[in-house]
Design a protein. Structure first.
Length: 118
């Protein structure tokens, strides 16, 4: 695995029937998609032209924005994974203790600056 990342989650039986389903990125993508999909529809009325847009066109626009947001979340997950050199850092015990606390604390201001308006 590049960048010295651990790629496999601990397993009890040692056999992976569906390794894709055990990827740590899957829950990130799933929950990111769900939360961003709802968010896109909640903020849709604030955009000019959305109220006059055909229903299906509005859904397609919100869906494409949701896919983009989920992609951003996945890239952010990978960057955080590279900083701690572990793809399973979300489920790891002691995520707020070293060696995880410094990379997490150092990335927090960057993350906040990207989601807050200037």
């Amino acid at each position: 695995m590049p960048w010295g990342l651990r790629s496999e989650a601990p397993s009890n039986d040692g056999a992976h029937r569906f390794p894709l389903l055990e990827a740590p990125e899957l829950p990130v993508i799933f929950f990111s998609f769900l939360l961003h999909f709802v968010w896109e529809f909640l903020q849709a009325p604030t955009y000019v032209g959305m109220m006059e847009m055909k229903h299906w066109d509005g859904i397609k626009l919100c869906l494409s924005a949701t896919f983009g947001d989920a992609g951003f979340a996945l890239v952010a997950f990978w960057i955080a994974s590279m900083s701690v050199r572990d793809r399973n850092w979300i489920g790891a015990r002691g995520v707020c203790r070293p060696p995880y606390s410094w990379p997490l604390a150092s990335r927090l201001p960057l993350g906040l600056s990207t989601i807050t308006p200037m």
